[in-house]
Design a protein around this ligand. Structure first.
Ligand code: ATP
Ligand code: MG
Length: 273
């Protein structure tokens, strides 16, 4: 098991109020799983990601990562574990604006002992892996949203982490770019990477191998993605809406063939298939 959480709690104290952001979570994640974490706003998804990513410590319970009890580690040991074993991807990319793609990807290696040449070579390889061989010297504002997220993914992968954690990695992307980033995650998963992502979109969760749903700081359901009925129902509903919309288009188009552009017809055919 790469990850083993037992009875994990996280309590935030705000003045006199206590918020049980995690209220007793047990979770095992094996190597090469791809887990999607879902749940309403405030259900504790990001809190759990911060704990899994060693950015924060649980209030109670135990967290075992690669056989090491993270909850007992000193802050400096925790920082080292984070740097060596965790790759983090955020919704807002979190790239440094003044640095090129290459320099952004080199950053996590600044703390390691590897020399400049080695760092450079590994950063280039990571950018090639995410399909950005031709964008190494671009700065973030010279990249598209999807390309920025690819740089962030390359940066997350450069130290060959045990787990890749992504909190709403497609939250700022349009549907086409989302599909590209999901294809990249699929490729990494095929190559053996263990992945945990938080998402609000059933279409995104569908690509994972397992869906964990949280509610009020607890795990409410945990199933293989193919057996998650809520996911199936939501996608079916979406598809039937798309078909209805496409049929509406073609009915409207039938009476006015001269004003229906070629593109519109092929779009409705795609939506139906
Ligand atoms: N640093 C903090 N201090 C105090 N309360 C916090 C802190 N971080 C989160 N919370 C509270 O803990 C609960 C869980 O928050 P969390 O950010 O984990 O939710 P989430 O599931 O990620 O929601 P969203 O989908 O909106 O991102 C919320 O009630 C939130 O207000
Ligand atoms: Mg969140």
């Amino acid at each position: 098991m790469i990850i083993r959480l037992r009875h994990v709690t996280k309590i935030y104290k705000m003045g006199t109020e206590r918020i049980n952001a995690m209220a007793g979570v047990d979770l095992d994640v094996a190597a090469n799983e791809w887990v999607a974490i879902m749940g309403p706003s405030g259900s504790g998804k990001s809190t759990m990601m911060n704990i899994l990513g060693c950015l924060d410590r649980p209030t109670g319970g135990t967290y075992e990562l690669d056989g090491h009890f993270v909850n007992r580690m000193s802050s400096s040991a925790l920082a080292r574990v984070r740097n060596e074993r965790i790759g983090f991807v955020f919704q807002s990319f979190e790239l440094l604006p003044r640095l090129t793609a290459l320099k952004n990807v080199e950053l996590p290696m600044v703390y390691s002992r590897s020399d400049w040449f080695r760092r450079h070579r590994r950063a280039r390889a990571a950018l090639e892996r995410v399909g950005l061989a031709d964008r190494m010297t671009h700065r973030p504002n010279q990249l598209s949203g999807g390309q920025k997220q690819r740089v962030a993914i390359a940066r997350a992968l450069v130290n060959e982490p045990s787990i890749l954690l992504a909190d709403e990695p497609t939250g700022n992307l349009d549907s086409r770019t989302t599909a590209e980033i999901l294809e990249l995650f699929s490729q990494l998963h095929r190559e053996g990477q263990t992945i945990i992502i938080v998402t609000h979109e059933e279409e995104v969760a569908q690509h994972a191998t397992r869906i964990v749903r949280m509610r009020d700081g607890k795990i409410h359901s945990d199933r293989p993605a193919a057996e998650d009925e809520l996911n199936r129902a939501a996608l079916q509903l979406r598809r039937s809406h798309a078909v209805a919309a496409a049929e509406g288009d073609s009915i409207a188009g039938a009476g006015f063939p001269e004003v229906v552009p070629q593109g519109a017809r092929s779009t409705s055919a795609e939506a139906r298939s």
